[in-house]
Design a protein around this ligand. Structure first.
Ligand SMILES: [Mg+2]
Length: 315
């Protein structure tokens, strides 16, 4: 088996601001594995501030793996990219052809100023999205309350509103913001605080479903979240969780514990987005997933990972 690695940079049209800071571009390592006439593709793209390896560390780990492909990298972004490429290679060698399908995706709203926010939400509605996700906790509580209020006025009740605090609130701030909004209109809040032992109380006080995302770091932590009853939804990012095998394993554990799953992009490039789309079709075909991120880039990503009327298509 041959492994080829290639670096690539994708520029975001405008910075994505979260509680972890501003992201302006994505550095990606594209991975191709080849066995006879068969190919598999993946990519690794660590993002600073999310507790992953650095880009340089991912490069080194993948270079070592390319010399010895039978020993997978252990660093999360490097492992996920390698496992994705191997999963597609296995499908190719087994002559598995995935059937056509489509999955709903949400629009990501990250603008902090009101005019840009209104524009992003209006565009999302006009583009046919069935869910919008607003990044919160990157500004003060009053501004977040105002932003949430504006969105609930703009969208009708058929469109889901999801929030993502990226662990940026304290328990008090989370309760202050959420109890000052029309809680019945908020379908989900991801990572309200950085301490999952707060989440059950936040869920009880507000009635809003809680999503675990960054906290899904390793098996021990996943088991802890399940034991705590901390989250009603797991937001699974295959590109940092270990690729398709790990994503399938966690999805199965979630299902056994009545926890919903959403498959999400990590501002991924085209290969990781395609793999996430395929996993969404396989594991939760009726959910609305966090995979509508291709239009955030200046570069044109392939059409099969571009949302059309709020859906990604597999042709
Ligand atoms: Mg999130």
């Amino acid at each position: 088996m041959f492994v080829t690695l290639k670096d690539r940079t994708l520029q975001l049209r405008s910075p994505v601001t979260t509680a972890h800071g501003k992201t302006t571009h994505r550095q990606i390592i594209e991975i191709t594995v080849q066995q006879d006439e068969f190919f598999g593709y993946g990519e690794s793209a660590p993002l600073p501030g999310f507790g992953l390896e650095t880009f340089k560390e991912a490069q080194t780990a993948l270079a070592e793996w390319s010399e010895n492909p039978h020993t997978l990298p252990t660093l999360p972004a490097a492992l996920s990219g390698a496992a994705t490429a191997l999963d597609y290679l296995e499908q190719a060698t087994s002559k598995i052809c995935l059937p056509p399908g489509s999955i709903a995706v949400q629009a990501l709203i990250s603008a902090t100023d009101i005019p840009s926010l209104e524009k992003q939400v209006t565009n999302a509605i006009n583009d046919g999205y069935r869910a919008v996700k607003l990044k919160v906790a990157a500004t003060d509580a009053m501004t977040d309350i105002k932003r949430i209020e504006i969105i609930t006025k703009l969208i009708d009740t058929q469109i889901l509103l999801r929030l993502d605090a990226n662990g940026g609130w304290t328990r008090r701030q989370a309760l202050d913001v959420l109890t000052n909004t029309d809680t019945g209109r908020v379908a989900l809040v991801e990572e309200p605080t950085s301490d999952p032992s707060d989440w059950q109380e936040i869920h009880r006080e507000t009635g809003i479903g809680i999503g675990a995302d960054e906290q899904l770091t390793d098996q021990t932590q996943i088991d802890r979240l399940v034991d705590l009853g901390a989250a009603q939804t797991f937001v699974l990012k295959p590109s940092i969780l270990g690729g398709p095998p790990a994503t399938r394993r966690i999805a199965s554990q979630a299902a056994q514990n009545d926890i919903d799953i959403i498959i999400s992009s990590f501002l991924d490039g085209p290969m990781a987005l395609r793999s996430a789309r395929d996993l969404a079709l396989e594991l939760a075909p009726h959910e609305i997933h966090g995979l509508g991120t291709a239009p955030l880039f200046v570069e044109d990503l392939p059409s099969d990972v571009q949302p059309v009327n709020g859906y990604l298509q597999r042709l």
